[in-house]
Design a protein around this ligand. Sequence first.
Ligand SMILES: C[S@@+](CC[C@H](N)C(=O)[O-])C[C@H]1O[C@@H](n2cnc3c(N)ncnc32)[C@H](O)[C@@H]1O
Length: 280
Amino acid sequence: MNYNQILKDGENFLKTSNIKNPNLDTELILSKVINKKREDILLNSNNKLNNTDLIKFKKYILRRHYKEPIAYILGYKHFWKYKFLTNKSVLIPRPDTELIVEETLKHLPINKSKKILDVGTGSGCIAVSLIKERPKCAATAIDISRKAINVAKTNAKLHQVENKINFINIDIDKFKSYNYDLIISNPPYINSVELNRLDDEIKFHEPMLALSGGSDGLRDLKKVITRSKKLLKINGRLILEIGHKQKNQCSKILNENGYYINQISKDLSGKDRCIVSTKL
Ligand SMILES: C[S@@+](CC[C@H](N)C(=O)[O-])C[C@H]1O[C@@H](n2cnc3c(N)ncnc32)[C@H](O)[C@@H]1O
């Protein structure tokens, strides 16, 4: 079979399971199998696939058919300016989370060396992107999941910042290191009702530990806010990603814990997504 026929078959198969971008996903899978760019496939559509590669292709297409996210099948996802390794131990980095990087950079002067803590680092996408932009800063990145920490360490190595980020497998509740200038976190914040309504791709494939914020979605946000009070310097910043309906509750919890709210920013679809606050 040539690439053209293979792409058609793959696409038609993915259409039967209502995959959103069957055409694109099939091309990406074929490009992974033959280790070539998508453009090369389209330019050489009459090339034939050998048997070993055909078996690999069918295996990946089947995984996609069963709604496994394309980022897990390909093994990477682009975030900010970089490519991050992803597997089922980590949340797939989301474009909306780039907002937290953008907002944080405004509070990190380019030539200053600030001490940063990333709570719930997952793939390490936030900490690595920040340190790439602000090489004079030093970061600690923690996660309750050992497997996530391993992925984050691999990503830090991949982007040559492994000496600038201290990765620790620990629960935020037990973390005792102080005097941070800035704490960032994209904690799990989905409540149990919304969790049930998530697409199968997310619900059945991404780690629950990275998604579920308890019955009201605020369990981990509260933890990060209260713990950060102890870990931050006075006038230190706490920058959080939140669920789009959590602005009011979150602001209230921040105020009750002695933070001043500097700014609330909206994501790409105009939803409240990021709160910048200061420990008074
Ligand atoms: C929503 S994911 C965010 C991952 C990554 N920072 C990102 O933005 O793509 C939340 C992460 O917090 C971690 N986590 C959950 N509870 C935690 C806790 N109590 N202490 C530390 N990390 C926790 C999860 O394992 C998960 O990796």
